[in-house]
Write a protein that binds this ligand. Structure first.
Ligand code: NAD
Length: 364
């Protein structure tokens, strides 16, 4: 199959749909890869590295779209890319169609086969192409929190792990799923005192098993959250209820009880946020603000800060699917792989996903 890898054009997007290692695997399997020139530069991959891996470099996105049977990207197509899409072309990328009627209509009109990373779902209901980004964001949340706790950034002037003879910082992680467990790992590794709260008893038991005595697990309820937040130096919001708006488990009143210079990192902000006082989504170039004397960090695309790691984490997960689609064709690959079939959002002019149809009042 002929695979096209265009450069991402969304603001602050430095990831790329395929690293040189992926091109190498595809070319060795007998496929052809066209890459838009400098598409990998934001993630630190040069055209030369891609060429060595067997890619053909083209000057413009248009040339890539014209030749490719399958486009592999990271972000949804933007307006300027709509007209580049061709009938029957496979588009494999994050789409997030539910809130985006304009894009949905553009994809239907273009009659592409649109498979969205975020709806590929395994039989245990997990989302294998979202998980790597949660892993990145969870680990980054502690790194960001540690940085903001430094005095020069307005924080309490504390080292997360303390030193001998000095108490370490108290880190409270609300939600112990993919983001939460990765935040716990890094916080424990740095020597912080860690409390993790979740509403799932089974999840708390699992966290207790794997981290032993190094974390305190607590049932998530209003009482326990209020008590933990009041004492915390760093709070991480990592709550998710699939398909629903995130509940505001940390209220503004709780934030008012926190110590001056304490830090809140709301990773769940992309789904509405778990912290009431976090009243805006921030961006990587202006990531935090101060309210009630507490630092609030609410970047909606945290993995964008570490595009090299994020590209490799994402494409480790996407490549097996890309290889499957390339060798079998989209139809056969989706017939054989139920997880991939769940990723199908639009098929040659038809909307094929119920959640998007319901969100937009359309037929599917
Ligand atoms: P997940 O489903 O793996 O984990 C969510 C956890 O929250 C589950 O363990 C669930 O039991 C728990 N939970 C639900 N209600 C709770 C409550 N009231 N109190 C405590 N825990 C509760 O989800 P995830 O992959 O960890 O993602 C968490 C959030 O982070 C999502 O909103 C996701 O979109 C977001 N995210 C944001 C970024 C970013 O850049 N900001 C990046 C990746 C993920």
């Amino acid at each position: 199959m002929i695979i096209g890898i265009p450069k991402e054009i969304k603001i602050y997007e430095n990831r790329v749909g395929m690293p040189p290692a992926g091109v190498d695997a595809l070319v060795k399997a007998g496929h052809t890869c066209y890459l838009e020139q400098s598409a990998g530069l934001g993630s630190g991959f040069t055209d030369e590295e891609y060429r060595e891996a067997g890619a053909v470099i083209l000057e413009t996105a248009q040339e890539v779209y014209e030749r490719a049977e399958m486009i592999v990207k990271v972000k949804e197509p933007l307006k300027s890319e709509y007209s580049l899409l061709r009938e029957n072309q496979i588009l494999f990328t994050y789409l997030h169609l539910a809130p985006n009627q304009e894009l949905t209509e553009a994809l239907l009109e273009a009659k592409v086969v649109g498979i969205a990373y975020e709806t590929v779902e395994l039989s245990n209901k997990s989302l294998p192409l979202l998980a790597p980004m949660s892993e990145v964001a969870g680990r980054m949340a502690i790194q960001v929190g540690a940085h903001l706790l430094e005095k020069t950034n307005g924080g309490r002037g504390m080292l997360l792990g303390g030193v001998s003879g000095v108490e370490p910082a108290k880190v409270v992680i609300i939600g112990g799923g993919n983001v939460g467990i990765n935040a716990v790992k890094i916080a424990v590794g740095l020597g912080a005192q860690v409390i993790v709260l979740d509403i799932s008893g089974a999840r708390l038991a699992y966290l207790d098993d794997i981290f032993g005595g190094r974390v305190v697990t607590l049932m998530s309820n209003n009482y326990n959250i209020a008590k933990a937040v009041r004492r915390a130096d760093l709070v991480i919001g990592a709550v998710l209820i699939p398909g629903a708006r995130t509940p505001k488990v940390v209220t503004e009143e709780m934030v008012k009880t926190m110590k001056p210079g304490a830090v809140l990192v709301d990773v769940a902000i992309d789904q509405g946020g778990a912290i009431e006082s976090m009243d805006r989504v921030t961006s990587l170039d202006d990531p935090y603000f101060v309210k009630h004397g507490v630092i609030h960090y609410s970047v909606g695309n945290m993995p964008g800060a570490v595009p090299r790691t994020s590209t490799m984490a994402l494409t480790n997960a996407t490549l097996p699917y890309v290889l499957k689609i390339a060798s079998l064709g989209a139809e056969k690959a989706m017939m054989e792989d139920e997880a991939l079939r769940k990723g199908l959002n639009v098929y040659k002019g038809k909307l094929t996903i119920k959640t998007v149809a319901e969100a937009q009042g359309l037929e599917h």
